[in-house]
Write a protein that binds this ligand. Structure first.
Ligand SMILES: Cc1cc2nc3c(=O)[nH]c(=O)nc-3n(C[C@H](O)[C@H](O)[C@H](O)COP(=O)(O)O)c2cc1C
Length: 169
């Protein structure tokens, strides 16, 4: 799949087949992610693939109502950015790690898989972070859902470029 087609056709998918993504495929995606642009080559991205025990802990932290949503995708990956406390570097490291997370989604899509970047409240809590082994000082970015799609989705409307591009004289 060509890059432009991949960018245009990637969609947020919320219904998945139960089969988890193979580890070899995940490894390919993480290898791809490390090519994200990254000022000072700090390698700030972190990806934690949740095994059954981690998912159980996360569901417990989320509570019964929110836990059901954590069963939607067979493979869950916590994406985060390391932080040093140096303001400019931290900001740039969040940007770089965000790009790396997008590469994971785009690479999954290019391989015929579906993805969903989700930011559930539980990962903003101490218990939720602990359930996924997120250390203090690491910035949570998203709980990436990966798997085979069980739904089609039309692209949501996007604002045209004229609305957000400014050419300065
Ligand atoms: C930082 C970030 C956080 C997101 N968090 C959520 C979320 O918590 N729940 C959700 O339904 N979608 C979430 N999304 C997905 C967006 O809703 C989705 O990308 C948007 O609707 C556009 O659809 P598309 O991805 O199919 O183009 C998130 C996306 C990003 C980039």
């Amino acid at each position: 799949m060509q890059i432009e087609e991949a960018i245009r056709t990637r969609r947020t998918i919320k219904a998945y087949d139960p089969a988890p993504v193979d580890r070899a495929v995940l490894d390919e995606l993480f290898e791809l992610a490390r090519w994200a642009p990254n000022h000072n080559l700090t390698n700030p991205w972190r990806f934690r693939v949740l095994g059954p025990e981690a998912v159980r802990r996360l569901k417990q932290a989320a509570g019964p109502e929110a836990a059901a949503k954590l069963d939607r995708a067979p493979t869950l990956v916590v994406a985060s950015a390391t932080q040093t406390g140096e303001e400019v570097q931290d900001e740039e490291d969040v940007a770089a790690a965000t790009i790396a997370a997008y590469i994971v989604l785009l690479g999954a899509h290019a391989r015929g898989l579906a993805g969903y970047w989700r930011t559930p409240d539980v990962l903003r809590t101490r218990d939720g972070r602990a359930a996924c082994g997120l250390p203090d000082g690491e910035r949570f970015l998203g709980l990436l859902h990966l798997g085979r799609a069980r739904q089609d989705k039309a692209p949501p409307e996007r604002a045209p470029a004229d609305d957000f591009v400014i050419y300065l004289p």
